[in-house]
Ligand binder design. Structure first.
Ligand code: HEM
Length: 269
């Protein structure tokens, strides 16, 4: 029996390991090697963390867009998450805890996703050639997801650290000041497009991979994906414009906090 190596298959180059440890996948009789369950477990974990992030994002957009109703509406939402209604006084650290959990989830998700990134120039070139040859929609979508995901490593981290380190600076004026006077609107613009495209594709892939949403046809799922991204990008843009508007208006008094009508009324008494 010859221990021949299939030189056409990519061979892991691990000179520090004994030759039979990993580099000879064809040398072992199949019966003696039980395939590891870990790749499947990690895939499931990646899907779950992605689903949780997508659900968070939907809720997040709902909360942030209350600025479109009124500054007072957004103020109420922001104070709600500080728990004063339950604990008697506001605890912004509760928002920090949520931000830290989302950060951890994002890191887990990104770490799991890195397994699928092309490693090095040869794999990169091979994938591009494969993608161009296939001209297959889902393969091109996957590539868009790789790139938006890569961007999100950076864009999402900046925003999350902001929320984690200064949770008390969330409110109609403080947020509008951050967006406009603080110069964060270009970050939010990039973040918005990256995350809504990434999330839309991600949910589509979950549906295809695990048959979520009742096994709809691909055409229906494509429609749903476009609807998802278009809806949240539109809502996000309108919301961002509202923060920019308010921020420009409030720029001369940047830093001043919003006072709800009841509180400012009681000041005058
Ligand atoms: C606990 C975590 C988070 C909190 C508390 C939070 C809170 C906020 C708040 C208050 C704003 C309004 C602007 C501001 O105050 O600066 C905002 C905007 C935004 N956030 Fe978050 N965020 C969190 C996580 C995330 C994550 C994980 C993403 C995406 C990966 C994200 C994407 C965005 C985007 C795109 C905007 C701009 C809104 C728009 O264009 O309408 N946020 N966020």
């Amino acid at each position: 029996m010859s221990h021949s190596i299939d030189y056409t298959a990519p061979q892991p180059l691990r000179p520090s390991l004994p030759p039979d440890a990993a580099a000879l996948p064809t040398a072992h009789p199949p019966s003696s090697v039980r395939p590891s369950r870990w790749p499947a477990r990690l895939d499931l974990l990646q899907s779950l963390s992605g689903l949780l992030l997508a659900l968070f994002l939907i809720a997040h957009m709902a909360f942030v867009s209350t600025i479109l109703i009124s500054p007072q509406a957004f103020y109420t939402v922001a104070r709600f998450f500080e728990g004063a209604w339950l604990l008697g006084r506001p605890y912004p650290v509760l928002v920090s805890l949520v931000a830290a959990s989302i950060m951890a989830l994002l890191m887990l998700h990104a770490w799991l996703a890195m397994r699928k990134f092309p490693a090095g120039f040869r794999q990169y070139r091979a994938f591009i050639a494969h993608k161009n040859r296939l001209q297959h929609g889902d393969t091109s979508l996957w590539w868009l997801q790789v790139w938006t995901g890569f961007l999100l490593f950076f864009l999402a981290s900046i925003h999350l650290y902001d929320m984690l380190s200064q949770p008390e600076l969330i409110g109609p004026y403080a947020s509008a000041d951050r967006v406009w006077s603080g110069g964060l609107w270009p970050l939010y613009l990039l973040l918005l497009f990256s995350v809504e495209l990434h999330g839309g594709i991600g949910l589509y892939r979950l549906a295809v991979k695990w048959g979520l949403f009742g096994g709809k046809t691909r055409a229906r799922l494509h429609l749903a994906r476009h609807a998802f991204s278009a809806f949240f990008i539109t809502l996000g843009l309108v919301t961002l414009l509202a923060y920019i508007d308010l921020g420009r208006e409030h720029a001369p008094r940047a830093g001043e906090r919003y006072q709800p009508p009841s509180t400012s009324a009681s000041h005058h008494h």
